[in-house]
Design a protein around this ligand. Structure first.
Ligand SMILES: Nc1ncnc2c1ncn2[C@@H]1O[C@H](COP(=O)(O)OP(=O)(O)OP(=O)(O)O)[C@@H](O)[C@H]1O
Length: 325
């Protein structure tokens, strides 16, 4: 894989089930790092994942996954991907360590190395003695962690995780997100994270792809997506900001007030000039609690894109992070 290349590059992928177009002419370039795959129900996320894994036959399209031609090399590609499916996947009657070891053996590891890696991955996922209990007795959180260990056991460079935090309590969810981030930053893994939980995307993803109706509507770095079209500061005030708003407007700034708080978005002002806001706040006796560059809300972007009501810049291709090449 060359230093600047992405991990997945697709061109013109279409998948049709009968008369349903699940993917329509999808072209993508997913860089290294953690990518959030988002979209409303039925937008084609699972179809895209299964197509990448070669579990579905697409009608048109070609590309590259890691160093391999896609879909031609689908079997080899599968060997290099760790897949955490949304549904449960275990063989009834096995205990946790046997379940992970089975996946290691199916991935081609020797029994000795498979067992060693399985223990290592179960340790990484926070399993203690429960690894010797039957998987059927596991809680939802433990099953998610088991699937995670199974996906990682053969040390793949790319992980595809389908809703990995579903059903987890807050502590377990944070632990899972920390693991995902740690894999990217400390172990140079790339991750495609399919999820409906937007705060998870905000906390671990570098890039975002949003599918709607089988087409790619947004492809961008999270940073680029979060940045307002023009420099904007967010001001949180302690008291009523009415006087401050009118002074800012007189000074030529466009100001939007949050509906249920003393928060303001002041457009057209860069952080380096934010002292102007402090000056006007002092003159109008307005207390400032926080003053920081504004970011676009991922929830709002998602809603706008999903309902087709936005002018969100589409097909903004992020620069690949070369740190883990
Ligand atoms: N096996 C199938 N046969 C027929 N239609 C299918 C099949 N699988 C998916 N579809 C349809 O293809 C479209 C895309 O489905 P897909 O499951 O890929 O979406 P998704 O984004 O993963 O949805 P969700 O978020 O609900 O999991 C939907 O209209 C769905 O009904």
């Amino acid at each position: 894989m060359s230093e600047s290349s992405g991990i997945v590059e697709l061109q013109g992928v279409s998948k049709r089930y009968g008369n349903i177009d699940a993917l329509r002419d999808v072209s993508l370039n997913i860089p290294k790092g953690v990518t959030g795959l988002l979209g409303p129900n039925g937008s084609g996320k699972s179809t895209l994942i299964k197509s990448l894994l070669g579990l579905l036959h697409v009608q048109t399209g070609h590309g590259r996954v890691l160093d391999f031609q896609w879909p031609r090399d689908a079997r080899i590609i599968r060997d290099h991907i760790g897949y955490l499916p949304e549904d449960d996947c275990y063989v009834a009657g096995l205990v946790g360590i046997e379940s992970v070891t089975l996946m290691a053996r199916l991935s081609g590891l020797s029994s000795k190395e498979g067992l060693r890696r399985s223990h290592e991955m179960m340790d990484y996922c926070g399993f203690g003695e429960e690894r010797y209990r039957e998987v059927e007795s596991y809680s939802t959180g433990m099953r998610q962690k088991l699937k995670f260990a199974q996906a990682l056991v053969h040390d793949p460079p790319l992980l595809i995780l389908d809703e990995p935090t579903t059903g987890l309590d807050p502590d377990q969810r944070l632990a899972m997100l920390r693991r995902i981030r740690n894999l990217a930053t400390e172990h140079c893994k790339s991750v495609i994270l399919s999820t409906h939980i937007l705060p998870d995307v905000r906390s671990v993803c570098d890039h975002v792809v949003i599918l709607v109706g089988g087409t790619v509507r947004v492809e961008s770095s999270l940073e680029q997506l979060s940045r307002p079209a023009e420099p904007t500061m967010h001001v949180s005030t302690v008291n009523d900001p009415t006087d401050l708003i009118s002074r800012l407007q007189t000074a030529g700034y466009t100001v939007h007030q949050d509906t249920e708080s003393y928060g303001l978005r002041v457009e057209g002002i860069e952080q380096k000039n934010a002292s102007k806001i402090w000056e006007l706040a002092a003159e109008t006796n307005t207390g400032i609690r926080r003053l920081e560059p504004a970011v676009n809300s991922l929830d709002q972007i998602f809603m706008d894109v999903a309902t087709g009501s936005s002018v969100t810049p589409a097909s903004m291709v992020a620069e690949a992070d070369d740190a883990c090449s």
